[in-house]
Design a protein around this ligand. Sequence first.
Ligand code: KG4
Ligand code: ZN
Length: 348
Amino acid sequence: MIILGIETSCDESAASIIKFDKRRGHLFVLANIISSQIDIHKKYGGVIPEVAAREHVGQIIPVIDTALKKANLNYKKIDYIAVTKGPGLITSLLSGVETARSLAFAWEKPIIEVNHIAGHIYANFIDNYKQIKYPALILTVSGGHTNLILMDKDFKLKIIGETLDDAAGEAYDKAAKMLGLGYPGGPLIAKQAQIYSEQINKEGESNIFLPRPMLNDKTFNFSFSGLKTALLYKLQKDKNWRKRIPEYCFKFQEAVNSVLIKKTITAATKYQVKSVLLSGGVSANLDLREKLEKAVKGMSEKTKFFCPQLQYTTDNAAMIATAGLFLALKGKTKNFSQIKADPNWDLH
Ligand code: KG4
Ligand code: ZN
């Protein structure tokens, strides 16, 4: 079974081709092409929807063409087209959905509508789908979402916790803006935090304290906007903050990650899950990956930790094709006239 995945929900125009050998149970990513608009949006400090949509329109066909060439495949070999239906920016989503519709019409292929968050979750299945055991708990942390999701079986997903305000990635992006680091903020903060952690033994402990919002409340919800404001107040009071940027980044990353990890482990223990999965753009954060893995290992021998390869953490189409594969196996396909972008599409 061969699936073409298309992803345009935000600022990456992406296409991927995966091959699934049902008999042997092997999944191969034949091509994973991403045309990023980061350099364009950097100038504005964030994504401008109208600009993103225009870029997608120009990029998506060449990206699909490159994916077909990389996979060394004629379009006739494709069995299904999987496309991100939502959630995301409506004008960005439309360019992917309308491209998928046109190709499905011209090539006479069925379409699979994929939820973007489900795509992030299924990024974990690209390399590990045989090893992931249910029930599983997934921490999905991206620029738009922060969710704890319980998965009882394939596509049986229940959100048990979510952010009440900013998403974790959004908090990283806003903090980086305050610190004058640029966009996207997550990798830039992580880099600065790494610089500080290499100095930490020489300089002793930091005296900066940032709050850990909702760390000890009884829910699995999150809140990051107070942390962002606390950082702003600290910077306003500190005349020397420009000389202490790595230290502020270290403390900010430590505050975000400690809340994410504590809530994930509490939920994993409560629901006695067999697998803990990390996904979304913020799962590229090495400190989070390492610390969550260690914490899961400390739970019990029976609970296993999974996270996607770095190339499948931020937005990509291999994750959309993989989620599409699992939907195709359930017969959840449509024809070109039945599909529609939905910027607020709930995960289900
Ligand atoms: O999943 P993604 O590519 O797009 C959305 O669906 O939102 O996530 C992008 C987010 C951005 O907020 C970015 O700052 C964050 O992921 N991010 C990181 C890292 N790499 C990307 N956050 C923390 N540490 C990183 N290394
Ligand atoms: Zn995403």
